[in-house]
Design a protein around this ligand. Structure first.
Ligand code: ZN
Length: 150
């Protein structure tokens, strides 16, 4: 069980990570050689994410996004692209499933350290109206992997 104080420290750290990604998103920009693309729009907040993946064999070689929106949506897209880059398609789908289970269905992430840095996004489940901001890029990932055309 976590003590209240360390939980606060952790949330501070998470918030800093989130703000940092929101301000300076990683993997932001076009990917002309993409093999898979998908777009997401969150009308509740006005967030837009356009995701591009370069998949070779069963590995996500490159992941980039463009778009605009609130800090959470941009940070989420930034972290998601970092998380799936270099991973197999199967693992990328698993990450989506896990992220979705924790954030949307509220399953406990404590026993699951595979989310790693993405953990800091799971805090948004305390704010139901921001959940769509955090999941937008992930749904784009799922759509992109399911679509076969660029
Ligand atoms: Zn948003």
């Amino acid at each position: 069980m976590r003590k209240e104080s360390s939980r606060m420290d952790l949330q501070d750290l998470y918030q800093q990570t989130l703000l940092d990604h929101g301000k300076r998103p990683r993997n932001f920009g076009p990917l002309p050689e993409a093999t898979h693309r998908a777009e997401g729009y969150n009308p509740m907040c006005g967030d837009e994410v356009r995701l591009a993946l370069l998949v070779e064999g069963d590995v996500v070689r490159e992941a980039r996004f463009e778009g605009c929106g609130c800090a959470i949506s941009q940070a989420s897209a930034s972290m998601m692209t970092q998380a799936v880059k270099g991973q197999t398609v199967v693992h990328a789908r698993e990450l989506f499933d896990r992220f979705h289970a924790v954030v949307v269905r509220g399953e406990d992430e404590a026993s699951d350290d595979d989310l790693g840095p993405l953990d800091c996004l799971t805090g948004v489940r305390q704010y139901p109206n921001r959940i769509k901001c955090a999941t937008l890029a992930w749904h784009a990932l799922k759509d992109a992997l399911e679509g076969e055309r660029a």
